[in-house]
Design a protein around this ligand. Structure first.
Ligand SMILES: [Zn+2]
Length: 479
């Protein structure tokens, strides 16, 4: 358009008015700014995430003081409006907001209580146009141990440090963000750790700057897209252990200081785990991997490129087998199933946990530590009751249950029996290649499985297993 004036029809009155539109884009004729929603309608967490924009990139600066747990931070979101936007929300919880700018200009803000945290409503000085990229910067500070409206994602070790474990909805306890798995972005991190501590984050270490006071700013970049739920940052008394996979993938692990001799042979199992999984799913989908072992955590979590595991895992079982390797394989499987290919919302979580449980059980079976058929039969026998109380694997009422984990694995096991090993391996092997970096639903998986197997009946079969109120029969078809 060459003209800088255009006639608009106002929605309210229907009257034609002429307004100056200096430099406005061509689609401004329909410019109709309205606030973005305070949630994206996740079936399990309706106010998780926010509508009206998508984030392309997060740039997080985080300056943490161990032992006092104080931090000062700022985050810049590079985003795009998905409709004309008069205001938008960020998920946040427990921070003191110091300033918010949009496109470098001070924005108006309001903080309200949300379903599982707080909502920060940002009103820019000028509304944003649909499709237009914009940046917003939030400066904030707080304390890791401060009270929050919801649960916290902070995990504290005996070293005075912390590690983040934010799945499913707690990234907002570290930064104001769009806290939904449906919004994936690239990331940059600048984390300050004092002398004696190391910093960690998802992605590759790109540089370190030492300050006069002995502290160091650690810079990391994650070039693949990651949802907020897989945020993995830490400041700990740890030691980096380096290695590489059989294909040359750089590995960096973080283990507790003084315990290097104990943990080095454990993390050295990672190349074998990678080779075992890459033979099934193709190349590892990120540019670095490692395991962070920390005494501030007692679970295991597949943070992108940097699995977090508690120190409590690492002892042999009663039979003398290092079955903690099953958990290492479980979290590494997630790098394909959950991290690279991400559920669009939390009701699709079996697409993460089903494969992770299945392939950890297969690994255990191949090592001679347990039998897949026994585990699946035991799950089969209890899953009907769990379907009734917690929902079927594809329609859970909440996260964390057997329906999603062992139930999800049983769906895959049943599919293997139904279509045979060869077709099953193709379904699972092609899935992370086909949907790399994307978000997916059960419907995508059903369509994919029908296409890859060439069997239309797989549609009905998977629907019965995923959404049915009772288990279908578990039967094997000749391969
Ligand atoms: Zn898992």
């Amino acid at each position: 358009m060459s003209t800088s004036r255009r006639t608009l029809l106002t929605a309210a009155t229907g009257a034609a008015v002429t307004v100056p539109l200096f430099g406005a884009p061509a689609h401004a004729a329909g410019f109709d700014p309205r606030p973005g929603s305070d949630g994206v309608g996740d079936p399990l967490f309706p106010t998780l995430g926010n509508g009206g924009y998508q984030v392309d990139h997060y740039d997080l600066t985080f300056d943490f003081t161990p032992a006092t747990y104080d931090f000062t931070a700022s985050v810049t979101l590079h985003a795009r409006a998905t409709h004309d936007l008069s205001a938008f929300n960020l998920d946040t919880d427990g921070h003191t907001i110091d300033s918010v700018t949009v496109e470098g200009r001070q924005a108006r803000t309001a903080l309200t209580l949300g379903q599982s945290g707080q909502e920060l409503t940002v009103t820019p000085q000028a509304p944003l146009h649909k499709g237009a990229p914009f940046t917003t910067t939030v400066r904030y500070h707080g304390n890791g141990k401060a009270l929050r409206a919801g649960l916290t994602g902070w995990r504290f070790g005996t070293d005075g440090g912390f590690a983040s474990a934010v799945q499913s909805s707690r990234a907002d306890t570290f930064l104001p963000c769009n806290d939904t798995p449906s919004d994936k972005a690239t990331w940059a991190f600048h984390i300050t750790a004092p002398k004696g501590y190391v910093a960690a984050a998802n992605g590759e270490l790109t540089g370190k700057d030492r300050s006069g006071d002995g502290s160091t700013v650690w810079h990391f970049a994650l070039r693949e897209r990651m949802p907020t739920e897989l945020l993995g940052i830490a400041v700990v008394k740890g030691t980096y252990l380096y290695g590489s996979s059989h294909t040359g993938l750089p590995l960096r692990h973080i283990v507790p200081q003084g315990r290097e001799d104990f943990y080095a042979p454990i993390v050295a199992r990672t190349p074998d785990h990678l080779a075992w999984l890459e033979a099934k799913f193709g190349p590892y989908p990120f540019s670095v991997y490692g395991v962070h072992i920390y005494d501030g955590y007692t679970d295991a979590l597949e943070n992108t490129t940097l699995t977090l595991m508690g120190t409590n895992w690492f002892k042999d079982d009663a039979a003398g087998h290092p079955t903690y390797e099953n958990t290492m394989v479980h979290e590494l499987t997630h790098q394909w199933f959950g991290d690279s290919v991400t559920p669009h919302d939390w009701q699709q979580a079996w697409l993460n946990e089903g494969p992770a449980v299945y392939y950890a059980a297969l690994y255990s079976e191949e090592r001679g530590w347990s039998r897949m058929a026994d585990k699946m039969q035991a799950t089969y026998e209890k899953l009907d009751a769990i379907r009734a109380s917690d929902g079927p694997p594809g329609l859970p009422k909440a996260l964390g249950g057997t329906n999603i984990y062992d139930g999800g694995a049983l769906v895959l096991y049943a599919l293997r029996l139904h279509v045979g090993q060869k077709k099953f391996d193709r379904v699972m092997g092609l899935w992370p290649r086909r949907f790399k970096d994307r978000t997916v639903t059960s419907e995508d998986f059903i369509r994919h499985a029908v296409e890859v197997t060439g069997e239309r009946g797989v549609d009905r079969f998977l629907r019965d297993w995923l959404f049915g109120v009772r288990n279908p029969p578990l039967t094997e078809v000749a391969d």
